[in-house]
Design a protein around this ligand. Structure first.
Ligand SMILES: [Zn+2]
Length: 183
């Protein structure tokens, strides 16, 4: 077993499920839908992650993974901070969520401040994450049509704050941004 395989966080998953068990899903005969749509709080959390990355000297892209209204993983682009080739925000987020069951991914929503690239979209497809909420796709657009063709529901918010973060960053550090997207 590799060190990464041993890094399991079952307690987080268990507590998530036990919390679900305590929460009544039916009230007054009406089934309450869990909050996994484009909730502003979750995009807000992703933006907070992006801003944290900026403070660290990194690329301001953030991501959170949400299951049944609970953030189970959060992360931001750490290519600069960690000297990493692969730690885009979504990868960092999914990595930090730890090992989850297939059923957990299938009930999850991935939030990202920027349209996921080939690598991050591929990871979302691998784990069959069914919904992705995208802060903006004007600075950069990943393979959205292909991801949709695989049955993933994409919500494009085009949030002004997400766009401004990237606009200002690219104006100041174009070389870091080009490196991030392999240009
Ligand atoms: Zn990516």
């Amino acid at each position: 077993m590799s060190p990464s395989e041993s890094r399991v966080r079952p307690s987080r998953v268990r507590s998530h499920h036990s919390a679900l068990g305590r929460t009544p899903s039916v009230r007054g005969g009406r089934r309450l839908r869990p909050r996994c749509g484009p909730g502003p709080n979750f995009l807000r959390a992703a933006i907070d992650e992006a801003r944290q990355g900026l403070v660290e000297g990194g690329i301001p892209i953030g991501s959170v993974l949400v299951i049944d209204g609970t953030i189970v993983g959060r992360g931001h682009n750490r290519r600069v901070q960690n000297g990493s080739a692969i730690l885009h925000a979504e990868m960092d987020c999914i990595e930090r969520a730890g090992r989850l069951k297939a059923a957990d991914y299938r009930g999850s929503t991935l939030y990202s401040t920027l349209s996921p690239c080939d690598m991050c979209s591929g990871t979302a497809l691998l784990y069959a994450i069914p919904r992705i909420v995208i802060g903006e796709n004007r600075t950069f657009q990943g393979p959205e049509d292909y991801v949709r063709s695989r049955g993933v529901e994409l919500t494009i918010v085009n949030d002004p704050e997400c766009m401004q973060l990237m606009r200002e960053f690219i104006a100041a550090r174009a070389e870091l941004w080009n490196e991030d997207i392999g240009v």
